[in-house]
Design a binder for this molecule. Structure first.
Ligand SMILES: Cc1ncc(COP(=O)(O)O)c(C=O)c1O
Length: 365
């Protein structure tokens, strides 16, 4: 028998992003579901983005700029780095795939916290490399444990700050010591900062700054969360030009579509919308954390646009009860935290609706 499919694929469980919202609405017979399970932007995209998409529609027949030049220039201006320090991708997800395709080989060890954002593990397995898990210490990334697991075969260390799903950050001081301890021939360190824009802890690390000092550090960022472009798929990596050059070798010629590129630029140009989104999360987060704690479900100190309350044995029943009234939250067990729910922070009104539904449901188990 001719073997067609790569052996490595049999070790992979496809990423489960949940049912499309439209299908779920139909299934449950609901007009509109309030999705608080995917950490999307509750304010939606900037009006400037919508206008840019309208303007771009008539150019749909033209290939986009393969190098995403205007987008990389706009990102570079905002971050204070030259465009050749940036590669754009079809979401941060694609960037993870590019890193794997460019660097991971069978026999490599890919070190990551556990639990963590599932694609780290999937990309490692797809490449035939071996994922090596470092258990979280409670809700925190355990840098000492990760360091102890580094071997000569470690090709990449994934760190996620704020961590999805734990919502906590890796602090600057410990991260600096960790990076220094890796020595002068370190593995790649991917600092996944998809949620960084929601941090207000002054000790938050800054991957872009770190990339200027560490030639093998990659900061991964996304327009999905702060800019509300999850549906368009825009993400990017910042690293030294040599690293960006290697990643560029494995990307498809037109990996970021025309709409994603103009939307990304328009999102950056509307700084007020980015600020509004951040301000909303920073206002609502402490309130929501306090409210869930008051309901007997304490959550770790989130620095992200979601919280992870520990609900205990009632997690499934509460999730089902919320869904019944049209509120979808993420099953903690599905992301490595049984007894928890992962809940995206919404607007003041939707958060109130969540809490009201929570109270209504709580009496019924
Ligand atoms: C930790 C983390 N990294 C990366 C991503 C990828 O983001 P995107 O592909 O939407 O840019 C996500 C998306 O949810 C995430 O949670």
């Amino acid at each position: 028998m001719r073997r067609i499919w790569r052996e490595a694929l049999s070790a992979v469980t496809p990423y489960d992003a949940g049912k499309p919202i439209e299908a779920l609405e139909k299934e449950l017979g609901l007009q509109a579901i309030l999705r608080l399970s995917a950490n999307e932007n509750p304010l939606g995209p900037s009006p400037g983005v919508i206008e840019a998409l309208r303007r771009e529609a008539s150019r749909s027949h033209l290939y986009p700029d393969g190098g995403s030049t205007a987008l990389r220039e706009a990102i570079g201006r905002r971050l204070g780095v030259p465009p050749d320090w940036i590669i754009a991708g079809n979401g941060g997800d694609e960037i993870l795939g590019l890193i794997a395709r460019a660097a991971f080989e069978p026999g490599d060890e890919i070190l990551m916290p556990h639990p963590a954002f599932e694609p780290y593990d999937i990309e490692a397995r797809l490449s035939g490399a071996t994922p090596v898990r470092s258990p979280l210490k409670g809700y925190d990334t355990d840098l000492d444990d990760i360091l102890a697991r580094v071997t000569p075969r470690t090709k990449t260390v994934f760190l996620c700050t704020p961590h999805n799903p734990a919502s906590t950050i890796v602090r600057r001081g410990p991260l600096d010591r960790f990076l220094a301890a890796l020595g002068d021939d370190p593995p790649l360190v991917v600092l996944d900062e998809a949620y960084r824009d929601f941090c207000d802890d002054p000790e938050t690390a800054d991957g872009v700054q770190l990339a200027t000092r560490y030639p093998r550090l990659i900061s991964l960022r996304s327009f999905s969360k702060i800019a509300g472009l999850a549906g368009l798929r825009v993400g990017y990596a910042v690293a030294q030009p040599e690293v960006i050059g290697w990643l560029g070798r494995v990307r498809a010629p037109f990996n970021v579509n025309r709409f994603a590129q103009v939307a990304g630029v328009a999102a950056i140009e509307d700084a007020a919308h980015l600020d509004r989104t951040r301000a909303l999360i920073l206002t609502e987060r402490p309130r929501l954390l306090a409210e869930v704690a008051r309901r007997g479900a304490p959550a770790p100190p989130s620095q992200s646009n979601f919280i992870l309350p520990r609900v205990g044995g009632q997690a499934d029943a509460l999730r089902a009860a919320l869904l019944k009234v049209g509120i979808l939250v993420r099953d903690g067990a599905a992301v490595g935290f049984p007894g928890h729910l992962r809940i995206s922070i919404g607007t003041r009104e939707t958060n109130d609706r969540l809490l009201e539904a929570w109270d209504g449901a709580a009496g019924k188990f």
